[in-house]
Design a protein around this ligand. Structure first.
Ligand code: ARG
Length: 460
């Protein structure tokens, strides 16, 4: 019971509301695997350093294994009166193995324990995140190759700007995810330090070997300052920050998917299995998955704000405020994982209505810049060319005709340097193919980038 935990110092039991108010086991039990992993390493180290006996360590190992099995089977007697995952597991251990269980916490505090647990947990989450990012990247690269020759309007201000390859657009999304991946990898590197041994805040009087626990838990090095180690939560903020930016990217993609799936553009068809209908309107097929991803970005952005605010007023070292980092962290991690999974599955399965994307590019005078560039190649200064083409477009708007649909004589009203060869630059495919340099939208360049991306993905 609650009084039992600190029965030495206290003369009355914890108020029932306070017990419930301070309990975190209902969510931090999610860290049970990492908590047990850390306890095993700690117990083994204590025994190897002669702080506890090898017999005690053996009993602790066996007890912790049994507890892990209990938790996985759903048989563990979680007790909110024991506050958190750490006290629940430790109390159960002593219940099962007696005296030896009471020795586990020698030279340790829940403060260095929780810092270790979260780092271990996040390390796995980051590895899974990178796995999902790679899967999504692979899907985008495949789609980019499939649609390298597909012409669509590129937009600025959501107004038709210039023709681009649909594959080029997919590779733009891919680039966002490459940066996201690097941010997660960077965060992982910095978080991979081992707090155990910092104890409550100042270290411990026992002759411990922090390098042993560090090696067993796969960390790069023991943390160098005990005060910092128990109070630092930068790693949660860095993870959620990288997650927030990834969600911003997914949300932008979601917005485009919604626009492209709308009959207003009709650019793409999303697979039925990723869409939902309406309870009243029989004709509806809604892009709810994309909208939910766009919506979930709000949770992750909120979590980032919560964590930054959580930390900003805390003096060194550990404060209980830190317990409030778990729910935003877990929620952000879940939203990120689910969103990445949804898009990694759905986006590569979309179908492009190539006729629609091409027609849309023809409707918006998308090759106007190409005509201006043509005039420049025939000796007209660019500013004059801009003016000339502007007039041709105004004429086209009035006549409801694209530049490519005008006769040579019509075009020549605007400039006498225009010749028969103008129609090559006015075609959508010609416009695309002409932007043939590193980073340009020419299908040949898209294929080069697809190849480079494939090599990068294959080299891990
Ligand atoms: N549950 C706490 C946390 O999430 C760890 C326990 C430390 N508690 C304490 N009173 N020192 O940070």
């Amino acid at each position: 019971d609650a009084k039992g935990m600190w029965s030495g110092r206290f003369s009355e039991a914890t108020d029932a509301f306070v017990a419930a108010f301070s309990a975190s086991e209902h969510y931090d039990r999610r860290l049970y695997r990492e908590d047990i992993q850390g306890s095993r390493a700690h117990a083994r180290m204590l025994a190897d350093c002669g702080v506890i006996t090898q017999a005690d360590a053996a009993a602790i190992m066996e007890g912790l294994d049994a507890i892990a099995a209990e938790i996985e089977a759903g048989d563990f007697p979680w007790d909110p009166a024991l506050e958190d995952v750490h006290m629940n597991i430790e109390a159960r251990l002593t219940e099962r193995i007696g005296e030896a269980g009471k020795r586990l916490h020698t030279g340790r505090s829940r403060n260095d324990q929780i810092a270790t647990d979260v780092r271990l947990w996040l390390r796995t989450v980051i590895d899974e995140t990178i796995g999902l990012l790679l899967r999504f990247q692979t899907g985008l690269v495949d789609l980019a190759e499939r649609e390298a020759d597909t012409v669509m309007p590129g937009f600025t201000h959501l107004q038709v700007a210039q023709p681009v390859s649909f594959g080029h657009h997919m590779l733009a999304w891919y680039e966002m995810l490459v940066r996201d991946q690097a941010r997660f990898a960077d965060a992982r590197q910095r978080l991979n330090q081992m707090p155990l041994g910092s104890a409550a805040l100042a270290g411990t009087t026992f002759p411990i070997d922090r390098h042993q626990t560090c090696a067993e838990l796969g960390f790069e090095a023991p943390t160098r300052n005990s005060l910092d180690a128990v109070s630092d939560r930068d790693f949660t903020i860095e993870f959620v920050s990288a997650a927030a930016l990834t969600m911003t990217h997914l949300s932008r993609m979601a917005e485009e998917l919604v626009i492209w799936a709308s009959p207003l553009t009709g650019f793409i068809e999303l697979p039925d299995r990723f869409c939902t209908g309406s309870s009243i309107m029989p004709q509806k097929k809604n892009p709810d998955v994309a909208e939910l991803v766009r919506g979930k970005s709000a949770r992750v952005h909120g979590a980032l704000q919560a964590l930054l605010t959580l930390m900003k007023g805390q003096p060194l070292a550990y404060n209980r405020d830190n317990q409030e980092d778990k729910e935003p962290l877990f929620d952000a991690a879940d939203a990120l994982r689910d969103s990445l999974r949804a898009f990694a599955d759905m986006v590569p399965a979309l179908r492009v209505n190539r006729g629609r994307t091409r027609a849309a590019a023809r409707e918006g005078f998308a090759t106007a810049t190409d005509l201006a560039d043509y005039l420049v190649r025939h000796g007209v200064a660019f500013r004059d060319a801009h003016e000339i083409v502007g007039k041709a477009v105004a004429y086209g708007v009035a006549e409801e005709r694209d530049l490519a649909d005008m006769s040579l004589a019509e075009l020549q009203q605007f400039s006498e340097v225009i010749g028969e060869d103008v129609f090559e630059v006015l075609t959508l495919d010609g416009s695309l193919a002409a932007r043939d340099h590193v980073g340009g939208t020419a299908p040949a360049q898209v294929r080069i980038q697809v190849e480079a991306a494939r090599q990068r993905l294959a080299s891990g």
